[in-house]
Write a protein that binds this ligand. Structure first.
Ligand SMILES: Cc1ncc(COP(=O)(O)O)c(C=O)c1O
Length: 364
């Protein structure tokens, strides 16, 4: 007799995070995981250190102080906030709670990979809607909705494409989706977006009982290693998440550091300004060199190559680690996280050399 694993699980190709090392390179630039190149706020580091003295204590299972802080900072109701071990955990919990065998979960073709993996983990069927110009196509998503549809996941802005739906498009999507479909707006990169027509989705959450917004401390707050995400939910969804999550799903040092990070507005503003300056600079440089760069409001750029594997190998030889995009159905692209000034300049210089090499090879 052998063990039987639930249907769907063996279809999961385990998530592969961004690479962090290059053989023979002592200190490579890790531009593969959309992390904050300025690091965490010094105030978050101090709070983390202080929390180390109490490691023998269980964390506050309800993350009360942190949820108070999030509610204050973003003008939200604390009771509707649920914290998770990264927003990845919240994606998985929502999927497990609301979808199962015989049911479907929708997302767009180049949406964040965890939507698909969590769906398979719950035994439900993933359905991917085609995109137009690497942007979520509301009509295509709606066309895939059936009575079996339970959840729509929307990366907004989406990783890895960097594109977003406007507030009006988001409202339109919600209005036209059946009421028994949960719309999960994953706004992991919301703090980087400065466009007037963008909305992270708080008002849509408040306006009904079937929309959730997900946020994270892994991106602009620079705390990816600590694993802290949060969901803003209708009360009934918060209740469901609180039933299915582990009693101590977020750690005490993570809660302490996240609260301090939230309060360091100066570090957040500096991170946003740095990202905008160097993202726009790198996009201009690479376009000037002849590359196709997709417009991005996040902290990364998606760039097209004739041979992305060769470009990746060349960049690695210069100590620059990017993210290959085959798993996202974009085998000709690399995703480049905006790094420090030095890393960004090194990326532009390396890609200029790479383009020159390709031109010389073509001329031969
Ligand atoms: C769109 C999107 N959602 C969620 C996550 C997961 O974030 P966390 O570190 O909070 O689990 C990421 C991380 O890359 C992401 O890009």
């Amino acid at each position: 007799m052998s063990l039987k694993v639930r249907p769907g699980i063996m279809e999961i190709a385990p998530y592969v995070g961004g690479e962090a090392s290059v053989p023979g390179v002592a200190r490579p630039a890790k531009l593969s995981s959309n992390e904050n190149p300025l690091g965490p706020s010094p105030k978050a580091v101090a709070a983390f250190r202080e929390a180390a003295l109490d490691l023998h204590r269980y964390p506050d299972g309800g993350a009360e102080r942190l949820r108070d802080g999030i509610a204050r900072r973003f003008g939200l109701e604390k009771e509707r906030i649920v914290c998770g071990n990264g927003s990845d955990e919240l994606i998985a919990l929502l999927t497990r709670a609301y979808a199962g065998p015989g049911e479907e979960v929708l997302f767009s073709r180049h949406g964040f990979l965890m939507y698909r993996l969590s769906t398979l983990g719950a035994g439900a069927a993933p359905r991917a809607a085609p995109e137009k110009n690497l942007r979520t196509d509301v009509e295509a998503l709606l066309a895939l909705a059936t009575p079996a549809t339970r959840i729509v996941f929307l990366g907004n802005p989406n990783n890895p494409t960097g594109s977003y739906l406007t507030a009006a498009e988001l409202r339109d999507l919600r209005r036209r989706l059946p009421g028994d479909v949960l719309l999960a707006i994953d706004a992991a990169y919301a703090e980087f977006v400065e466009s007037d027509d963008y909305d992270a989705g708080e008002d849509l959450v408040r306006a009904g009982d079937n929309t959730v917004m997900l946020r994270t401390f892994s991106k602009i707050y620079g705390l990816a290693g600590l694993r802290l995400g949060w969901a803003y939910c209708p009360p009934a969804v918060a209740d469901v998440l609180n039933r299915v999550r582990g009693p101590f799903n977020t750690s005490a040092p993570a809660q302490a550091a996240a609260l301090a990070a939230l309060e360091d507005r100066e570090h957040e503003a500096r991170s946003r300004a740095h990202n905008k300056q160097w993202r726009d600079w790198l996009a201009r440089e690479l376009e000037g060199q002849g590359y196709r760069v997709h417009p991005s409001v996040g902290n990364f750029l998606l760039v097209e190559f004739d041979d992305a594997d060769a470009a990746d190998a060349f960049l690695k030889s210069r100590g620059l680690i990017m993210r290959r995009m085959g798993a996202y159905g974009l085998p000709r692209c690399l995703r480049i996280t905006i790094g420090t000034e030095a890393e960004t300049r090194a990326t532009a210089a390396a890609l200029e050399d790479y383009a020159g090499q390709a031109r010389r090879a073509a001329a031969r």
